[in-house]
Design a protein around this ligand. Sequence first.
Ligand SMILES: Cc1cc2nc3c(=O)[nH]c(=O)nc-3n(C[C@H](O)[C@H](O)[C@H](O)COP(=O)(O)O)c2cc1C
Length: 190
Amino acid sequence: MKILNLVFHPDLTTSRVNRAWKRILEESGKIDTSVDMYRRYPDFAVDVEQEQASLLEHDRIIFQFPMYWYSMTPLLKRWLDEVLTYGFAYGSTGNKLEGKDLQVILSVGGHPRFYSGFDIYATVYELLRPFQLTANLCKMNYMLPLWMFRADEADEETIENYGRRWAASIDDPGRSDAREYLRSLPDGTD
Ligand SMILES: Cc1cc2nc3c(=O)[nH]c(=O)nc-3n(C[C@H](O)[C@H](O)[C@H](O)COP(=O)(O)O)c2cc1C
């Protein structure tokens, strides 16, 4: 299985979590291609042909990013707008991504109680529904998302441990193991 990790952090030089996770995933030897997308496209001018060709070459696509305003970072939105075109990703003849896996890896600054699903709050899983719907539209397999709460407070060891956990599960062929991982996480993830 060929794995593509697209990292959408606005500035990896100031990142603690996503920079470490990107490195750990690369060191695992399981990632075929790993890209700092904001470095590739500092002016947001996404090269659609290049991105589509890269998608075709891989079987599992990872979007790794920090949660910003309960959502994705802006370049990832731009990338989705530009790259997942009608006739390529969806539509009656748009089947190029069919059967590929889509995996989200997310760092969340907030405490888990902010995402407990009570009161006005939504779970992280719910907030990531657009990715699930997008995967569905593109006939991709939506892998259960992986995330870590309290990203800004996490010490180095915690960040490394989560990164290693992601690396361990990243080439799981199916979804069930990822589900087990989610259940095993502290803070009631999922
Ligand atoms: C502009 C901005 C918006 C943010 N919005 C959220 C948010 O909606 N929910 C949340 O839990 N954390 C939020 N955060 C915190 C980030 O998720 C957190 O800083 C990040 O995951 C840490 O990862 P890093 O070390 O790779 O930068 C936000 C941070 C920034 C800078």
